[in-house]
Design a protein around this ligand. Structure first.
Ligand code: NDP
Length: 277
């Protein structure tokens, strides 16, 4: 019997998840159907209940429901607990297992696909929202030389740095600061995990924040050369990436979790890539 999965959000029309998971199912020979579910605001639980009652096996969760899914889950993985948000659910009887694969997807894209190890590198993350929360543990697990979180609202960066320190078994130095506090420091890897690019804005980052040979990674995807990536170019950075690989890799992690088989992401990344020009 064909197993049913879906992505839930509002709006949902823009979601690439059906395309990605359908491609994964084809290449791995898995018998599943993956659709989009538009949930009315305030009706997340009822919409998921109906999907489960109709035999649904699992869901991805996108904006604005990642916190609703956190509340709905019965069994939260550490990744979801730290992120305070859920992006994948698996239904087994009364149980709702919940994960957040955004961070592992990001790190796998950088280390595996882009060939950029984080071990021993100075890492800067711009933004202190949900994406940064999800990325903290997976980045720390790579053993960077240091991790700095910089945010417009400084208290949020400080709060995340404090949380990261409590989870930080490898004693990586972690700081949460404001943009003015960067004071000419340079980083080997700079992640733009702000939502500024979604409105064609750029965080107030000095070009001196990019070390020579740095990787500038924009978490937003499909937007070509964003203002952040242009800033990196002005700094002389030639290694630029956007979040299309992160999107594909978090999907692959969910697929593995649901189906027990890891799909190759290369074809999907190729299909979804918008050139950075
Ligand atoms: P949130 O809304 O949770 O957080 C947004 C963050 O951006 C906040 O820290 C906010 O600062 C900061 N910010 C917004 N505008 C500006 C600005 N003009 N200048 C400086 N800082 C700004 O967003 P998410 O964490 O969910 O998403 C962040 C990005 O990651 C988005 O671009 C999203 O598309 C992308 N993403 C990509 C994924 C992928 O698979 N590729 C998956 C998930 C997210 P403040 O706290 O001061 O308001």
């Amino acid at each position: 019997m064909t197993d049913r999965y879906a992505v839930i959000g509002n709006p949902i029309e823009q979601s690439k998840s059906p395309l990605i998971h359908t491609a994964f199912a084809q290449v791995t020979g898995q018998d599943l159907a993956y659709t989009k579910v538009l949930s009315p605001l305030g009706e997340f639980a009822a919409t998921v209940d109906a999907f489960r009652a109709a035999g649904g096996r699992g869901m991805n969760v996108t904006a604005p429901f990642k916190l609703d899914a956190f509340a709905y889950a019965t069994d939260l993985a550490p990744s979801a607990q730290l992120a305070g948000a859920v992006n994948a659910m698996k239904f087994e009887g009364d149980k709702v297992f919940a994960e957040n694969f955004d961070g592992v997807g990001l790190v796998r894209d950088v280390v595996h696909n882009l060939g950029c190890p984080l071990k021993g590198r100075k890492v800067l993350v711009l933004g202190a929202g949900g994406a940064t929360r999800g990325a903290l543990l997976p980045i720390l697990a790579q053993g960077p030389a240091e991790l700095v979180i910089v945010n417009r609202t400084v208290s949020k960066a400080q709060e995340l740095a404090a949380i990261a320190q409590t989870q930080n078994t490898g004693s990586v130095p972690v700081r949460g600061i404001g943009y003015d506090d960067l004071q000419g420091e340079a980083f080997d890897v700079v992640f733009n995990a702000t939502s500024a690019s979604l409105t064609a804005q750029v965080p107030p980052l000095s070009i001196s924040a990019f070390a020579q040979d740095a990787l500038a990674y924009e978490l937003a995807y499909g937007k070509g050369l964003t203002p952040f990536l242009k800033l990196a170019q002005q700094a002389g950075v030639t290694r630029l990436a956007d979040g299309v690989g992160m999107l594909a890799e978090q999907a692959a992690e969910a697929f593995l979790w649901w189906r027990g088989v890891r799909p190759d992401t290369r074809a999907v990344i190729h299909t979804l890539t918008v050139p950075l020009v």
